[in-house]
Design a protein around this ligand. Structure first.
Ligand code: 13P
Length: 250
């Protein structure tokens, strides 16, 4: 069985005081939740602080981005060994906002995935189509290519270390969630592509999260879909009570 994962992507929100206040309020709310993975990905300057705050808590901490080189003259970048050295466990890779505003491509996503796996971190690989691509019936082609190019060179032995997040771009921050049927259809397709590229048995073990306007009102129905294993949550992960409800989906 695939273990559920509820991950918060805080994007470029919260100052240090707000990060501390979140941790203080959130820790007691989830201290007995051990049957699913809870993850927060804050801005990189708060990763260490949050890891320390969550030390006795089931919640884990990840990065929102990472560079593919281990070290070097790359001003402003953060490497996988750096993340590993402070105890981070996951790194979001290829978020649509990074693809749109920071020129990330399937090729750069691929380099980043291979780099984090080499250092024992788990990538959360984001894929998803734009509204224009969906309306012109290209969604499945785009998603198929994102998987094929993004996972090039990945050995089957490391496949289980990755998490995929399907985030339709038209659903991010818009209040428009993909219907559970649309999300399920795409998640099933992603598993089919993975089965074709690797092996069906492995494809069944990979966790595929849904992201895009996930809220307390829609988490239960999304999680009831057979191929949805969790959620990557933006706005609704910024508030402790709201995110608690999502973590405690029924
Ligand atoms: P929202 O939940 O704010 O739509 O953001 C989704 C997202 O981009 C998570 O990575």
């Amino acid at each position: 069985m695939r273990r559920a994962m509820l991950a918060g992507n805080w994007k470029m929100f919260k100052n240090a005081r707000e990060v501390d206040a979140f941790a203080d309020d959130f820790i007691p709310l989830i201290e007995t939740v051990h049957d699913r993975d809870i993850l927060i990905c804050p801005a990189c300057i708060y990763i260490q602080r949050l890891i320390e705050a969550f030390r006795e808590s089931p919640a884990k901490v990840g990065a929102q981005n990472v560079y593919w080189e281990d070290a070097g003259a790359y001003t402003g970048e953060i490497s996988a060994p750096m993340l590993k050295s402070i105890g981070a466990q996951y790194a979001i890779i290829g978020h649509s906002e990074r693809r749109e505003y920071f020129n990330e491509t399937n090729a750069s996503v691929n380099k980043k995935i291979l780099a984090v796996l080499k250092h024992g971190l788990n990538p959360i690989v984001c894929i998803g189509e734009t509204l224009e691509e969906r309306e012109s019936q290209k969604a499945f082609d785009v998603i198929g290519l994102q998987i094929r190019e993004g996972l090039t060179g990945l050995g089957i032995d490391l496949l289980q270390e990755i998490v995929i997040a399907y985030e339709p771009v038209w659903a991010i921050g818009t209040g428009k969630t993909a219907t559970p049927d649309i999300a399920q259809e795409v998640h099933h397709y992603i598993r089919d592509v993975l089965a074709e590229l690797f092996d069906n048995e492995y494809a069944q073990t990979i966790r595929i999260l849904y992201g895009g306007s996930v809220k307390p009102e829609n988490i239960d129905i999304l999680m009831a879909q057979p191929d949805i294993d969790g959620a990557l949550v933006g706005g609704a992960s910024l508030d402790t009570k709201t995110f608690e409800r999502i973590v405690k989906f029924q």
